[in-house]
Design a protein. Structure first.
Length: 109
């Protein structure tokens, strides 16, 4: 794969990530607070939101490890699906940290 192909494939990947992020936010979060579902879990389990997001990322990494070991798709989820989820949870964590710090510790996207 050359650099142009890589750039095109990366754009496709991030477009898929963005579409799924919007869909899942609509399905799981309250309209006024895109972090509401993670805040609820945080309160229920007495764990920081950041650790909740890291747990979801770690869960997806564990799934990829199993998929690689078994060389197949598990219950309809592929390695690519898990990669999209990891990218989205990473994005949510970055956005959460940026909001929490009032934009002082990161880029304002």
């Amino acid at each position: 794969m050359n650099r142009k192909q890589e750039a095109n494939e990366a754009k496709k990947f991030y477009d898929i990530c963005h579409k799924l992020l919007i869909k899942k936010a609509h399905d799981y979060a309250e309209d006024g607070d895109c972090f509401s579902n993670f805040r609820k879990i945080s309160v229920a389990c007495d764990i920081e939101v950041e650790k909740i997001l890291l747990m979801f990322i770690t869960l997806k990494i564990a799934r990829i490890v199993e998929l690689l070991k078994k060389g197949k798709t598990m219950v309809g989820e592929s390695i690519q699906d898990s990669c999209v989820d990891i990218a989205n949870y990473s994005c949510i964590l970055s956005l959460y940290e940026n909001e929490k710090s009032g934009g002082k510790h990161g880029k304002n996207f």
